[in-house]
Design a protein around this ligand. Sequence first.
Ligand code: F6R
Length: 607
Amino acid sequence: MCGIVGYTGNANAAEILVNGLKNLEYRGYDSAGIAVLNENKLNSYKSKGSLDMLEDKLANNGKIVAGTGIGHTRWATHGVPSDFNSHPHSDCNGKITIVHNGIIENYQVLKKELLTKGHKFDSSTDSEVVVHLLEDLYEGDMVQALIEVDKLIEGSYAIVAISEDEPETIYGLKKDSPLVAGIGREENYLASDIPALLSKTKDFYIFEDDEIAKVNREKIEFYGLNGKLLEKDVFEADWDADMVDKKGYDHFMLKEINEQPDVARRIMADRFTETDIDLGDIEEILAGDYKKIMITACGTAYHSGVIGRFLIEEFADIPVDVEVASELRYKKNFIDKNTLMVVVSQSGETADTLAALRLAKKQGAKVVALTNVIGSSVDREADSSFQLMAGPEISVASTKAYVAMVLVFYLLALKLGNLNNNISKARLKELIAGLKRLPYRIQETISEFDEISKEIAESIKDYKSVFFIGRNIDYALALEGALKLKEISYIHAEAHPAGELKHGSLALIEDGVPVFAITTRENVAMKTLSNIEEVMARGGQVNLITAKNIEYDKIEVDNKLILPEMDNIWSSVLAAIPLQLISYYTALELERNIDKPRNLAKSVTVE
Ligand code: F6R
């Protein structure tokens, strides 16, 4: 979603802002802008479209000399993508300007009052009320004005402001939307996300809600809502700037698919004894006595949770509910102190997931988070966190973080099963040996299915609809396969429990319609094979993704993708890979914007 960068120092602020924003392009945006303080005058440059278009605009304005500025990439919520709705937004006199991520929920009421007072608005955004409020409340002390603004606005916000009165200072305030301060040498930064600044610094202060930062070249000060100075710890990021490079791949998505063997290795390094798994800090919470487990997440992370449910129920014999986070707080949830809540979020900032986490804590549940971003809101607010260690995921379509989530659910399920004495030592030993082999099998799967994935992509690219079927854990994979395909190729894709097809959607199967069937589990594979027959009888094109030891010979399908041989338990990890590759190559055939699909954002910080 929207991205923010702020800078103050001796370098060329415009260049630093645009480069920082480029590092956040992956989050998705539809317009961009910067404001810089040039000889104590505020100048804004904004453009609908890409950062390249903003750069053209900047180039047309000659050399912009400025040491302080703020920049923003906007993902439209209130008001269409346009130059005038782009941030930064300035007050009536053009003396103060702000950028904002999030949503100001009470902006209509505030705007009405501000209009009555004579303020002039230039945009149809919710964000613009913030700068007019600052204009009203500023009496020479920006920290105080931001404290007052914080009391008036409702919703989620990361706000960065500059003013002509203090040409070398940038200010930040946040609630429910991430903001960090980057520590440099005689220069300092603000940004919505750490990757924006990784090429500049590894040292950060992470904002807590309702904290205000005053940032100038020499120092960064944090204030609470009572106006008192706060002590903050420095957070050292362990991601490298080159981790956000394409490293020769055409797209981040393909690079990230190929990183999956290493991700698996990192997750599993130093975790195993012969018959036990070390899950670090979260073990204390796992050892509690729970009546049930609830998993909550959104999108792809939710799909990993559906797999998690099957695994935990199978290995640990504990009932598990899995809920879409955006739905959880609008239903009766039965969460209490006897519930172990597992919250899954790659970014750790997904607004709905965060809201579900807070609700669970409020109702007394213990919360374990699985997240890829240390220091993210989910990471900090959970009782304990497990790091997915996938490294920065830049492609909007999640691949390596998804596989990391699935793997962590395996570890979690086996650990809980061991704690419950539900798995014999001998079986656990076998399973641990399987886990250790998994990175090699993931590598093999990527290499083996690259070519066939291209061929399948070519064969499905012109269809309007594609179906994915599977039963049990294979249905969870079908859900993810359909999401991956639709989000980057824009082909309509639906997943069904295989047995459900004949209760409606079979009506859509006709000559050539592509159907992906997944059969990795013996106990349901034969049933799914019958459903495949039903599809073939109607002329559907069947692509079967199957584990080696399933009796797939019984059926002649259009394409058979046979996963590398290993205990079928692990096939759910492996089966995800051809699904990712087929989606990637289909989107490539269709010349889609693979890493930044239309209308989508990497980190969904609004509800
Ligand atoms: C799709 C995808 C999304 C995310 C979802 C949750 O490929 O990545 O569906 O999984 O937006 O995001 P996180 O995991 O950051 O909470």
